[in-house]
Design a protein. Sequence first.
Length: 94
Amino acid sequence: MDRKKIILEEYTEHTFLFLDGFDSCIIGVCFASIEAPRVIYSVEAVLNELTAGGLTYEEALEHFEFNIFGAHVGDQTPIFAHAQQILNLVNTLY
C-alpha cells in the first residue's frame, strides 16, 4: 500500500498537501499542537526522484531548493527532513 493512501485512510479527519509524483518519498506526518498536520518528505528521496527523471544532482538540488523546498503554500506546506541523517543519529543513540 502506498504511503499517501495510508495517511489518507489513517487520518480521515485531517487534510494534507501532497507533492505530485513524490509519494514514495513520504516518511511520515508531523503533528504540532498549534499547526495543521503536515506531510514529511525525505530530502534524499526527493533528490533521487529528480535525478531519476533526468536531472543532474546539481540541477535536482537547485530545482528542489527553489521550486519545492522554497515554496510556501500555507499552513499545510510539507516538511522536508534529511532522513539518512536522522537514521544515523538514531543508530548512534541505540
